[in-house]
Design a binder for this molecule. Structure first.
Ligand code: GLP
Length: 254
């Protein structure tokens, strides 16, 4: 696991967008794994800027998102479908049909999980997976205790996670769906490269546990320590609880 610490969230977002744009330049038909939440918003804004400046071309890229809530119509503005349209898809030249999210509106959720996992495999797996981290260490919606050997599956959200996401549901925790479809830890670990982003002081404690603590199912993001090509980008505040300067850690210039 490599680590880069950037001055602030904006610098982290610029760096993340550059890494993704570089990957697309190196492999124009990249299979790109995408994340939602507040953290990657700046990264998507930067990618849109690079696209408008003619510095990245999405025309042959395929995307797969990590997760989607169960029981929300994809057209619901609170769905991750809508989030991705708003922050990235409608601004760049991704082909119609080249973007994939699990369908949390599907009648047969188990069949939908199998379909999604098979679609990832049919595209040869994910080349570069973008990740955020929940305050309890979740990646995608794989909460503490999630089995590592599982692919895409239906998950139940922890109260803390629903609380954190209530801001997208008018501040009403009960309005946040109780379940989601998420790529499993296995799906994520099969990606050839992982890029995890974290910014802000509220992430400092879990970042410290994920990076410096033992690899444990109680902290799903700690499994990144076992991935052969994982890069963590942090801003100064998210890095503030780290106690060791790890080999390979760099201070980015932003
Ligand atoms: C949600 C998403 C995760 C994301 C997490 C953190 O739970 N499913 O993929 O990493 O939120 O969100 P934020 O970036 O807003 O802190």
């Amino acid at each position: 696991m490599r680590l880069e610490i950037l001055e602030d969230e904006e610098a982290m977002s610029r760096r993340a967008a550059e890494i993704i744009a570089d990957a697309i330049r190196g492999k124009p038909d990249l299979v790109l794994g995408l994340a939602t939440g507040g953290t990657p918003v700046g990264t998507y804004r930067e990618l849109v800027r690079l696209y408008r400046e003619g510095r990245v071309d999405f025309s042959r890229v395929t995307t797969f998102n990590l997760d989607e809530y169960v029981g929300l119509d994809p057209r619901d503005p609170r769905s991750y479908h809508a989030y991705m349209e708003e922050h990235l898809f409608r601004h760049v030249n991704l082909r119609p049909g080249a973007t994939h999210l699990p369908d949390g509106w599907a009648e047969d959720l188990e069949a939908e999980c199998r379909r999604y996992e098979a679609a990832v495999e049919a595209h040869g797996g994910i080349d570069l997976q973008l990740l955020g981290i929940g305050r309890d260490g979740h990646i995608g919606f794989n909460e503490p205790g999630a089995p590592w050997e599982r692919g895409t599956r239906v998950v139940r959200l922890k109260p803390e996670t629903r609380q954190d996401n209530a801001r997208y549901f008018g501040g009403v925790v009960d309005a946040v769906p109780q379940r989601a479809i998420s790529m499993g830890i296995r799906t994520i670990m099969h990606a050839r490269r992982l890029l995890l982003l974290a910014a802000g002081p509220h992430k400092a404690e879990i970042v410290q546990r994920a990076i410096e603590g033992p690899v444990s199912r109680h902290v799903p993001a700690s499994i990144l320590q076992l991935h052969p090509d994982a890069l963590v980008l942090l801003d100064e505040s998210a890095a503030s609880r780290l106690t060791r300067v790890r080999p390979g850690a760099e201070r980015g210039r932003g």
